[in-house]
Design a protein around this ligand. Sequence first.
Ligand code: GLN
Length: 485
Amino acid sequence: MELYELTIHEIQDKFLAGETTSAEVTASVFKRIDAVEKDVRAYITLMRETALAEAEEADGKIRRGETGPLTGIPIALKDIYCTKGVRTTCGSRILSDFIPPYDATVVEKLRAAGAVFTGKTNMDEFAMGSSTETSCFGATRNPWDLSRIPGGSSGGSAAAVAAGECIASLGSDTGGSIRQPAALCGVVGLKPTYGRVSRYGLIAFASSLDQIGPFTKDVEDAAILMNVIAGYDPRESTSVPEEVPDYRRFLAGGIEGWTVGIPKEYFIAGIDPEVEAAVREAIKVVEAAGARCVEISLPHTQYCLAVYYIVAPAEASSNLARYDGVKYGFRAEENRDLLEMYKKTRSAGFGAEVKRRIMIGTYALSSGYYDAYYKKASQVRSLIKRDFDLAFADCDCILTPTTPTPAFRVGEKTDDPMQMYLSDIFTISTNLAGIPGISVPCGFTASGLPIGVQFLAGHFQEGRLIQIASAYEKRAKIERRRPTL
Ligand code: GLN
């Protein structure tokens, strides 16, 4: 096995045994990038030189026994976190040469933990999308089948882990952007509780929904990354001063005697038969591990998509007002006056999907419509959250498919926004309710495309998610296949 194929904890064991160095692991990752990146196109910006220097520095620390939780581990960052001195584009022309003057809190935390940064990964423009096709830098491809999308919006981060172009990565999830690409690329993706991980320095899409979380090759690595990134941040007013447990503690817990809810609204017509079969198989595995699976109902599920496509665009239209060509980012040239400068800058700086969202959001928030749309959507959002609160009174955890289908073809849904939006049908409710969710590989289709199963838990119960995901992973023994690129 090549070094780039290993997990964080496997590499750490090798460091401890003196069997490899961070310089070797990092070199292996960049060699892999050189071999496959032309096909996968997971990155917007590579940080090769600084990464190799960081790896040398990490090796010094390892020799002196001064290691942190991620010392010498090559990690990729979605291009949505501010990185001091390193271009941060959010997949958009309007930020295509924006160099932030500061690091996001998660970046600071990873750095302090000793991580080596490989680069900034591709994404849908401003994280609006489910396929990584709306990026102004072109689409990322699914490493399992290059004619297909990797999911989105964090498609670059998911594809990079699956293809071995980093050891682990971070993404962000507003309506599924970690869990959906994780499922479609055959890796683990965790969206924490709203407020668990600081959003300081995360470029905002929909501020009441956005969360940052890890992409990893297994559940243990997700626990390792959560230990580093979770926690209160005085610079971020919605981060919660709730104690952070050691998430690795949950890995061996088992789920004997647990009650796992299976929401009937998530097994609907239109779900791909191979996906449904794999998820039904996962239910059996969870039962064999000692849990009791019971059918439950989340009656307001049918409104999730409609509510999300009011709330998220409304917040986005407000957040994106700052890109006006004045303070930073792209500015159109040769303007007669200020108004023309705004118009030309925003017309040329944003892509079609972002403009669509800004228009929907502006409409929903406009005078006279606020009560009918945003207020109504917020009310229904409370009902969706209450569905989960009631369900978690009786269940330790909920199990659903992560996505209705495996990865679709590049270009298949780009002309039909509604079809694209439907790919998040099983992930959006989680963000509306603010609860955590994890997607774990649960098998492959006959043609070799990965499938994911999603576990959900109550607020701040990431430990519980790691516990069930780990119990499932151990028992299901999903073959550790790697894409052949
Ligand atoms: N696909 C959804 C959207 O386009 C979710 C994106 C996300 O989670 N960032 O809004």
